[in-house]
Structure formats: C-alpha cells, structure tokens
Design a protein around this ligand. Structure first.
Ligand code: TYD
Length: 140
C-alpha cells in the first residue's frame, strides 16, 4: 500500500521564450498537504548517500530541480528505485517508507516539500526498528 502511493507526478510548468516556471501550492491536487517546511540538498559528493530513514507521519515531495539522483524506497515489504532527473517531476513519499538517496550527479539539487515541521521523534533511523513497526501495524 505505502509503495503504491509513492509515485512520480508531472508538475505544472509554464514554458515561454523567457524560460520555464513550475508552481506548486499546498493542499491542491499536486501537493495534498499543507507545506510546513521546505529544504534542499546540494553539494552531495560523488558516491554520497542521503536519507537512510523513514517517518511515522511525515509526507514529502522530492524534486530534482537540477541534475539527477536515485531514490530507493522500501515499505518493509518491497523495494523500488526511482530516478529523478527533471524539475517538472515530483516524487511523493508517504509515511512509513524507508528512503535512500544515491547516485547524485555533481550539480544535483533535491528540493523537498514536507507536510510537517522538523521533528526528530518522527524518524526511524534504525531499519530493524522500522521493520518491526511495519510488522506490528500489520498484525494490529
Ligand atoms: P536528515 O533528515 O537525516 O538528512 P537526509 O535525510 O537528507 O540525509 O537530517 C540531517 C541533519 O539535519 C539532522 O541532524 C537533522 C537536521 N535537520 C534539521 O535540523 N531540519 C530539517 O528540516 C532537516 C531535514 C534536517
């Protein structure tokens, strides 16, 4: 269920001779949550890996506004890898999904729209703890 809802969506883009413009608003079709936080990753060294965690509640949309990178997603049952390489594409990551970001190109910038303020208590940073919670929720 979790991985099925992690999919890429085409972002609205206005192109004209002056260049291109992508716009996103919270609580509309593309971003189905209030945008409470925005952050971005850049200057990731060759071979660098980011992420390595899951969230209890947080939902995010990732956009490669420049360059490219891979996002490996794991809901505790299955895994899939998504390559982001275009600023007109957003990847929704729902709660309870382990993610690892890798293969960053030198110019890559990963923009993140987040549904919650930063809260360390929302993180699973240990994969086994995450997996145990997935199993606990399955049983319960
Ligand atoms: P983390 O979420 O682990 O980064 P990534 O998933 O990109 O590898 O965060 C790295 C550090 O930055 C960690 O100490 C928490 C801090 N941080 C904040 O203080 N606020 C934020 O909004 C984010 C995303 C991270």
């Amino acid at each position: 269920m979790s991985l099925e809802s992690c999919r890429t969506v085409k972002l609205p883009c206005l192109k004209d001779p002056r260049g291109s413009l992508v716009f996103l608003e919270g609580n509309r079709d593309i971003v189905p949550f209030d945008i409470k936080r925005v952050y971005y990753l850049f200057n990731v060294p060759t071979g660098g890996v980011r992420g390595g965690h899951a969230h209890r509640n947080l939902k995010q949309i990732l956009i490669a506004v420049s360059g490219s990178f891979d996002v490996v997603l794991d809901d505790g049952r299955e895994r899939k890898s998504v390559t982001l390489s275009h600023g007109t594409e957003g990847l929704m990551i729902t709660s309870m999904v382990w993610r690892e970001l890798e293969n960053f190109s030198p110019s890559a910038v990963c923009l993140v729209l987040a549904s919650e303020h930063y809260d360390e208590a929302d993180y699973f940073r240990d994969y086994r703890e995450f997996k145990n919670e997935v199993l606990r929720r399955q049983v319960g």
